[in-house]
Each structure stands twice: as structure tokens, then as C-alpha cells.
Design a protein. Structure first.
Length: 97
């Protein structure tokens, strides 16, 4: 469930940055919204600004996941059951070598 949420949010947030340059007039448009011309005045610039602001959500989630995985061996050695219980949804499939 968490992975589906992360993928859907990330693809939605970064969709204003996916331009397609397959038009005979030389202009590129958004892949999901062919009526919006990329990097021209109008709708695209505000969409990019919102995309960069909204990208804080998936980048923060990814950063937290990286931190948990990095700190996990130390917490396992310490026997910190509160940490393991809190982050079990992220690391429950982990099996040490």
C-alpha cells in the first residue's frame, strides 16, 4: 500500500516535467496534457512551481526511508524494540545475511 501511494504521488508530482517533443511545429508539450506547451508563458510555469513545492512529499518520504535503513543495524544491535515496532512496515521483510 505504501509503495502504491509513493509511486502514484511521485508520478503525479513530476508529470509537469515530462515534456514530449514530437510535434511538427517544433514545440514540446506535456505528455499528459498535450494542450499545454512546455516552458512557454501560460499554464506550464505555474505547474512546474507547484511540482517543485509538492516534490517535498516524496523526497521527504524517501529520505526518511533511507535514514531508517541506515540506522537499522545499530538499532538491531541495541535491541531497540520501539524502533523496530515503529518501522516494522518498512523493514519487516529484512532478513540478515
Amino acid at each position: 500500500v505504501l509503495m502504491a501511494f509513493f509511486i502514484s504521488i511521485t508520478s503525479t508530482v513530476f508529470s509537469p516535467l515530462q515534456c514530449s517533443a514530437r510535434h511538427p511545429n517544433g514545440l514540446s508539450t506535456l505528455r499528459d496534457f498535450p494542450s499545454v506547451v512546455c516552458w512557454e508563458e501560460g499554464e506550464h510555469v505555474p505547474m512546474v512551481v507547484v511540482a517543485f513545492v509538492a516534490s517535498i512529499i516524496p523526497i521527504t518520504c524517501l529520505g526518511i526511508a533511507i535514514w531508517v535503513v541506515h540506522i537499522l543495524p545499530q538499532k538491531l544491535c541495541m535491541g531497540d524494540t520501539d524502533f523496530l515496532t515503529s518501522w516494522a512496515f518498512l523493514v519487516f521483510r529484512f532478513r540478515g545475511g
